[in-house]
Design a protein around this ligand. Structure first.
Ligand code: ADP
Ligand code: X2W
Length: 290
């Protein structure tokens, strides 16, 4: 009887979400544990089989850093973005496309899902350009060179339309190219936000390793359950958001301002976090609204 009640509670959500697109970003930190990753993929398949159209984008930051260290390179980040020289770029491609993307796709297949692994450059999904970061030093503004770090210039969702309309689940790595075919390393959160906007996703769901957006990053009990975009912009301006959370928050703001109904930042290392966030009244992480 209890099982049936759970289904009945979920019914209004299933009805509301049916046939809609949801962009789900799997963060590297939420994928460190393979067993947890497998359960997350099973949950995404559950969404798929109740009629939701998932589009998956993955990161892999911790594994890239681990591989870099094995090769004697020291990972360095500026505002949450990895400084990427040529050698680092090779490692990024090896880890993201060669390993993580492939692993996610095979895990979908293991559980009966039709997933297709692509990178953001495939079908010109994301056309990138080199990204520069400006920093204030005293009164002066200086430009920092991050190497082969890119940002998206144009999004062409055609390849996603083909896949999604034919019932495939796209699994996308954040490696894109510019018009000349030069390859760049993009932050997966940012790519997820842009793609969610371009495909007019109903939701953007970011899976990470903290309960959600915290008012105080050092206090896991300071979770913000619901926040408006305007308030989030204030927090960014006031430097209340740090490190890897910066691209996440920027991306969520972009998505919600560009047609995505709601965005969620949730703890992907907690079992069934996606299902709890989507199919229960209370949710589990941070929900961002317009
Ligand atoms: N206000 C904040 N709320 C939550 N996390 C924050 C905040 N500020 C910084 N962080 C940091 O951001 C990290 C998540 O970003 P990141 O390491 O890039 O994760 P992922 O691999 O999931 O993309 C958290 O582990 C946390 O240390
Ligand atoms: C430019 C840049 O920083 N790219 C990221 C790409 C992977 C990523 O975004 O991974 P997470 O989602 O696990 O953080 C990187 O090299 O780590």
């Amino acid at each position: 009887m209890q099982n049936v009640e759970v289904l009945v509670e979920a019914l209004p959500y299933i009805k509301d979400f049916h046939d809609s697109r949801m962009v789900i970003k799997l963060g590297g930190h939420a994928m460190v544990n393979e067993a947890v990753m497998e359960k997350t993929i099973r949950d995404i398949l559950l969404l798929y089989f109740v009629g939701i159209k998932p589009i998956v984008i993955h990161g892999g930051g911790p594994e890239i850093s681990e591989k870099m260290e094995k090769f004697g390179l020291k990972p360095k980040f500026i505002d949450g973005l990895r400084v990427t020289d040529r050698e680092t770029l090779e490692i990024v491609e090896m880890v993201l496309d060669g390993k993580i993307n492939s692993k996610i796709v095979s895990t979908f297949i293991k559980h009966g899902g039709k997933a297709v692994g692509i990178s953001a450059k495939d079908g010109l999904l994301v056309v990138a350009r080199k990204k520069t970061v400006k920093k204030k030093v005293g009164d002066e503004e200086i430009e920092l060179d991050l190497g082969f770090v890119g940002e998206s210039e144009v999004i062409n969702p055609d390849i996603l339309e083909v896949l999604v309309n034919n019932k495939f689940i796209p699994v996308i790595s954040p490696i894109a190219a510019d018009k000349e075919g030069n390859v760049f390393n993009l932050n997966a959160d940012v790519v997820a936000g842009h793609i969610a906007g371009a495909v007019k996703a109903k939701k953007l769901i970011m899976l990470t390793d903290v309960p959600g957006l915290l008012r105080d990053p050092n206090d896991r009990n300071s979770l913000i359950s619901t926040i408006r975009v305007s308030e989030l912009e204030e927090m960014l301006k006031e430097n209340k958001i740090k490190g890897g959370m910066i691209p996440k928050v920027e991306s969520v703001i972009y998505a919600v301002k560009n047609g995505v109904e709601k965005a969620h930042i949730i703890d992907g290392s907690r079992e069934h976090s996606i299902l709890i966030e989507l199919f229960t009244k209370k949710g589990i992480g941070t929900m961002v609204i317009r």
